[in-house]
Design a protein around this ligand. Structure first.
Ligand SMILES: *Cc1c(COP(=O)(O)O)cnc(C)c1O
Length: 232
C-alpha cells in the first residue's frame, strides 16, 4: 500500500471514530484531499485509494494538473481564494466551488455559468474569525448573501465553508465550527427547505472537531500527502 493510501485509511478510521462519538453516520461525511503542491501521481494515488474528491486552491496549478489527467476518476473541487478574472477558468471544470467569498465573485460565477448554460454548485465562505487576512463573508453577512444566491439561476448554493483562525491548542476551533454550523442550519431552514448538503470545515489538525460540530466535507491535505515543501 502506498503511504498516501495508508494515510487515507487512517484518516477514515479517525473520521469514523469522530462521527461515532458525535452520534453521526460517517457515510454522510466526505473526505476531500487538499492536493495543492502535490503532483498528478499523488492525486492519482489518492483517487486509487478512494478519496471522495480532490480540492485545489490555485487556478494555475489546477489547470496544469487537469491537463495531465490528475483528477480522472474523482470529482474536482476548488477550495482556494478565487479572483474574479480567473472564474472563467474554473466554472464548469469543477463540481463544487467551496470558496465564494464576496457578492461580486458570486455574480461573476453566475454570469460565466449562464454563458455556458450550466448551473455551478457553490458554497459561501464564512470568515468566522472576522480576520483581516482571510476572505469570506462575515457571519452577519452570510444570510443576505445566501438570499442573493437563491435568486440566481446559474449557481446552486449547496452550503457553507469556513477556515477558522489558526488554533494554538486542540479544541480551540470547536466554537467557530459550531457557529458556522448554526448559520448553515439556519440558512437551510429558512431559505432552502432544509436541502443544503455541504458544510465544509476541518483540516488535518482539526477535522475531528469539525465533525463533532457537523461538518459533511472535511478538507485534508498534509495528513494525506505529507508536509508541503513551500521552498521548491
Ligand atoms: C491546504 C488547504 C487545506 C488542507 O490543509 P492541511 O492543514 O494541510 O490539511 C484545507 N483547506 C484549504 C482551503 C486549503 O488551502
Amino acid at each position: 500500500m502506498s503511504s498516501i493510501a495508508e494515510n487515507i485509511a487512517e484518516i477514515r478510521r479517525r473520521m469514523a471514530r469522530a462521527a461515532q462519538a458525535a452520534g453521526r453516520d460517517v457515510s454522510q461525511i466526505q473526505l476531500v484531499g487538499a492536493s495543492k503542491m502535490n503532483d498528478a501521481a499523488a492525486c492519482r494515488a489518492a483517487i486509487a485509494a478512494g478519496i471522495d474528491a480532490l480540492g485545489e486552491n490555485r487556478v494555475q496549478e489546477l489547470l496544469g494538473k487537469y491537463e495531465e489527467g490528475a483528477y480522472e476518476g474523482a470529482p474536482l473541487h476548488f477550495i482556494g481564494h478565487l479572483q474574479r478574472n480567473k472564474v472563467r477558468q474554473v466554472v464548469g471544470k469543477v463540481s463544487l466551488i467551496h470558496s465564494v467569498s464576496s457578492l461580486p465573485l458570486l455574480e461573476e460565477i453566475e454570469k460565466e455559468a449562464g454563458k455556458r448554460g450550466i448551473v455551478q454548485d457553490i458554497l459561501l465562505e464564512v470568515n468566522v474569525g472576522n480576520e483581516e487576512s482571510k476572505s469570506g463573508f462575515a457571519p452577519s453577512e452570510v444570510f443576505a448573501a445566501a438570499e442573493r444566491a437563491r435568486e440566481l439561476n446559474h449557481v446552486a448554493l449547496r452550503g457553507l465553508m469556513t477556515i477558522p483562525p489558526a488554533a494554538s491548542a486542540p479544541g480551540e476551533n470547536l466554537p467557530y465550527f459550531q457557529e458556522v454550523a448554526r448559520l448553515y442550519i439556519d440558512i437551510g431552514e429558512k431559505l432552502y427547505d432544509n436541502k443544503l448538503s455541504y458544510l465544509s470545515m476541518g483540516m488535518s489538525d482539526d477535522f475531528e472537531d469539525a465533525i463533532a460540530a457537523g461538518a459533511t466535507l472535511v478538507r485534508v491535505g498534509s495528513a494525506i500527502f505529507g508536509r508541503r515543501n513551500y521552498f521548491v
